[in-house]
Write a protein that binds this ligand. Structure first.
Ligand SMILES: [Fe+2]
Length: 208
């Protein structure tokens, strides 16, 4: 029998800008802890769990809790994926912020009656999201809907066939060092650094 290669490991993707690039809206200290601490931690833990799962697949590990291993693996892989999207969906002031143009801007106008109304709904969704989670904009190919959604924790276990176009991290680690308990201020500041070019690129890829 051919040797079992097992599941492959994950790698921490590079931050798409300098660590202080999002100031003053998101401080250098937050990006440092968030990227080099939390995001890197999800990748490292996912890889440790993949080692364990490979041991189970190869029957080297005899006693295990498969539900626990897979639940933790989902949390950490999603932690990597969600953060990778989050970093790319922001850009330094001057490159980010303003309004979406392109097809995303057109679709927002058609479905939400303009950018300001869309921004209000997304902001309200973000501010109503209890505890830890994410506010996201997804695209449904079936009816071309742009759906504002909230995601609890990392347990998306996927939003079936609805890829993320835009994402906002709402875990305390994303804002607490700078905004303390004023999460709404963080959400308000984030609009100044939204990378609409990236969101449009993602939507264009889905429309092909
Ligand atoms: Fe985070």
């Amino acid at each position: 029998m051919e040797e079992i290669k097992g599941l492959r490991k994950y790698e921490l993707p590079p931050l798409p800008y300098k660590i202080d690039a999002l100031e003053p809206y998101i401080s250098k200290d937050i990006v440092d802890v968030h990227y080099n601490g939390h995001h890197k931690g999800y990748v490292n833990t996912a890889n440790t769990l993949i080692d364990r799962l490979n041991g189970i697949i190869k029957e080297e590990v005899k006693s295990y809790d498969i539900h626990g291993v897979l639940r933790n693996l989902t949390f950490n892989i999603n932690g990597d994926k969600l953060h990778t999207l989050y970093w790319k969906d922001m850009a330094p002031e001057g490159k980010g912020g303003d309004k979406p143009g392109g097809k995303l801007g057109d679709l927002i106008d058609q479905q939400y009656g303009g950018y300001e109304k869309f921004k209000k709904i997304f902001t309200e969704a973000a501010n109503s999201n209890p505890g830890t989670g994410w506010a996201v904009l997804t695209y449904d190919k079936e009816n071309s809907n742009l759906n504002v959604m909230t995601v609890e924790n990392h347990f998306m276990n996927h939003l079936a066939e609805m890829p993320i176009v835009l994402i906002l991290d709402e875990f305390e680690h994303a804002y607490y060092l700078q905004y303390k308990n004023k999460r709404a201020d963080y959400v308000g500041a984030w609009w100044n650094i939204v990378n609409w070019d990236e969101a449009n690129k993602k939507l264009d890829g889905l429309l092909e």
